[in-house]
Write a protein that binds this ligand. Structure first.
Ligand code: 2AM
Ligand code: CA
Length: 266
């Protein structure tokens, strides 16, 4: 591995540590699914505990860094120069259902730019990581986006709408419109892994509305370092933690963007 900043080393170690208990919890899910109580509370405590371990490990190294997390919110609010962005379990619904498509996602932001990040699926033992200027890796191998050039041949992935979404109809019609123009579309349920999969060429592109910054922070640097292109289409500058994201191998980007935005206007 040729990634060498102190921050990427710290994130990697924190993810490894947090994943040990997460793997054990995942093994319990099957039993809980058939119990009358169901796994709901169990998952929420797994989420909180994973986050706690990550925060402890990251703070040990840099106590004064800011932290934005899904569960706890913001820590050290005044430090906006150096921030960790944490999603302890991205793909919670999959985790809850015993589907091994979820990940710990941690990004490091400096002066408003993500400098390095890790997306780790502990069940598949796949660790995606990247550092600005030093490339993107899956475990120990360098990764790169696909070389697909035509949108009609593209295999895409998307997500949402969430249950509470006020724009469900718009998101569903977008899905139909895009599906008609491409090879196929998948929906895997973890935004972080969706982006990582574009980064390593498994998918050619990904889009999703109504995400949070922690869903995508680590994915931003991993995808960019793998040669991909990202844009936050129709996102609200006033709400920097809310994102609509379009990520691709870069070849198909403008066509895909046009497909999503133009079809919505019609
Ligand atoms: P989560 O698993 O951490 O909640 C699923 O389409 C993807 O969207 C997941 O990465 C999921 O993250 C994210 N997402 C963000 N907000 C969501 C919400 N309110 N409901 C469902 N998924 C959400
Ligand atoms: Ca998430």
């Amino acid at each position: 591995m040729r990634l060498n900043s102190p921050q990427i080393n710290i994130i990697t170690k924190a993810c490894m540590k947090a994943s040990k208990l997460l793997i054990r919890d995942y093994g319990e899910i099957e039993n809980l699914q058939v119990s009358t109580k169901g796994p709901g509370d169990f998952v929420s405590s797994a989420d909180k505990r994973t986050e706690k371990i990550l925060i402890e490990e990251l703070q040990k190294a840099y106590p004064d860094y800011g932290i934005i997390t899904e569960e706890t919110g913001v820590i050290n609010k005044s430090n906006i120069k150096n921030r960790w962005i944490i999603d302890p379990i991205d793909g919670t619904m999959n985790f809850l259902n015993g589907i091994p498509q979820f990940a710990i996602s941690v990004g490091y932001e400096e002066e408003n730019e993500i400098k390095c990040g890790v997306i780790f699926n502990p069940i598949m033992n796949e660790m995606f990581c990247a550092e600005k200027g030093n490339g993107a890796y899956l475990n120990n191998s360098r990764i790169r986006v696909s070389n697909k050039k035509k949108i009609k041949d593209a295999l895409l992935v998307t997500g949402g709408p969430k249950q509470a979404s006020k724009i469900k109809d718009k998101i569903f019609s977008e899905y139909i419109n895009v599906s008609k123009q491409v090879s196929n579309v998948r929906k895997f349920g973890s935004a972080a892994l969706d982006m990582a999969y574009v980064a390593c060429g498994r998918f050619d592109g990904y889009w999703q509305r109504e995400l949070n910054y922690w869903d995508v922070a680590a994915g931003i640097v991993i995808l960019k370092e793998a040669g991909g292109f990202i844009d936050f289409f129709e996102s609200d500058d006033e709400a920097p933690l809310k994102k609509n994201i379009l990520a691709s191998n870069s070849n198909i980007h403008s066509e895909l963007r046009e497909l999503i935005i133009k079809k919505n206007i019609e």
